[in-house]
Design a protein around this ligand. Structure first.
Ligand SMILES: Cc1cc2nc3c(=O)[nH]c(=O)nc-3n(C[C@H](O)[C@H](O)[C@H](O)COP(=O)(O)OP(=O)(O)OC[C@H]3O[C@@H](n4cnc5c(N)ncnc54)[C@H](O)[C@@H]3O)c2cc1C
Length: 294
């Protein structure tokens, strides 16, 4: 995907330089120091610097932009030789495997799956524990062959994204869904907004802060409210999960999810599911409410 974007961008700009760079502050502006392989360094002083440098973002660090975030760690293995129904995704809410998030088996066709886990720290050991001990995983993967391994960190949080001539996009600005950990969709939305605002800034002298306002209007609420649901999620036990899913399974809520479930916009659906759960089981809902308040 990166190469596709470079090809598109390359047709509309003077040059693309692929290199390691360090964003630094010079008076009230951010500049870019590029380090070449022979330790030669040269400095660019652009009108706008876009910090799209991921979860370990140096640009976010140097900018001192305020916000709070937690960092989760993820591991994923891709397997072939798996016999799976590719109409279904398996999500495991089980704190014995992932204490702070969940574990998944996602089909990529009838004989290929991605098995992954997101949690705080040591996600590789936790994923292996899941693969070796979970009954469903053991059964599905009994003849499977691993073909790819990926790992990395994910930021969950909410923050500002503009300081002087620097704007942050993607993981650098926590553009990640707190409920599923997906970051590609929001990062792409933010990138599009950033492109529009930078053009207006350069051509019409508009304020760059407009970028911060626009992405927050578009999906800031989804992140903020997603964080509230995450707080509730962290307070639930394995027993709570079992009760919640039993109520959902034995009611019309499952049909509602099948019809309206949306991977990109999750908060509204979760709110409606919560209302339906309240109507079904007030005691369970009161426990959830207690977790929000305390
Ligand atoms: C194992 C795993 C599985 C995931 N699966 C999904 C999924 O299925 N769906 C989904 O929506 N999201 C998924 N995510 C999250 C998603 O990958 C990220 O949210 C998304 O890639 C963020 O894009 P980004 O461009 O902000 O950051 P990145 O993709 O991390 O890109 C940042 C880039 O900046 C470069 N860089 C950093 N510092 C410098 C520097 N100083 N100089 C030059 N370059 C620099 C890096 O090399 C990197 O190329 C997953 C994450 C992980 C870890």
């Amino acid at each position: 995907m990166d190469k596709d974007i470079a090809i598109k961008a390359g047709k509309k700009c003077d040059f693309i330089l692929k290199s390691y760079a360090k964003i630094e502050k010079e008076k009230d502006k951010f500049i870019v120091n590029i380090l070449k392989y022979n330790n030669e360094k040269y400095t660019l002083k652009p009108d706008v610097v876009v910090g799209a440098d991921g979860v370990k973002s140096l640009s976010a660090k140097i900018s001192n932009i305020k916000g709070s975030r937690e960092i989760l760690s993820s591991c994923q293995l891709e397997f072939v030789n798996v016999d799976i129904d590719d109409d279904f995704v398996h999500i495991f809410f089980n704190k014995n495997y992932s204490e702070h998030f969940f574990t998944w088996i996602i089909p990529l066709g009838k004989d290929r799956v991605r098995v992954g886990l997101l949690d705080k720290g040591d996600s590789y050991r936790k994923l292996m524990n899941f693969i070796n001990n979970n009954k469903v995983a053991k059964e599905l993967l009994s003849n499977a062959t691993p073909v790819e391994f990926s790992s990395g960190a994910l930021p969950i949080g909410y923050m500002d994204s503009v300081k002087n001539n620097l704007i942050l996009v993607g993981d650098a600005a926590c553009h990640v869904k707190p409920i599923t950990g997906g970051g590609i969709y929001f990062s792409a939305l933010a990138g599009k907004i950033a492109g529009k605002i930078i053009t207006e800034y350069l051509n019409d002298n508009k304020n760059l802060v407009e970028y911060d306002k626009l992405w927050k209007d578009k999906f800031g609420k989804e992140i903020k409210e997603g964080l509230k649901f995450r707080k509730i999620f962290l307070g639930l036990s394995n027993k709570d999960f079992e009760t919640i899913f039993r109520v959902i399974k034995d009611s019309e809520i499952i049909e509602y999810i099948n019809e309206y479930g949306n991977m990109d916009w999750q908060v509204e659906i979760l709110k409606n599911i919560s209302i339906k759960l309240f109507k079904k089981d007030k005691f369970l809902f009161l426990k959830i409410l207690k977790d929000i308040i305390f």
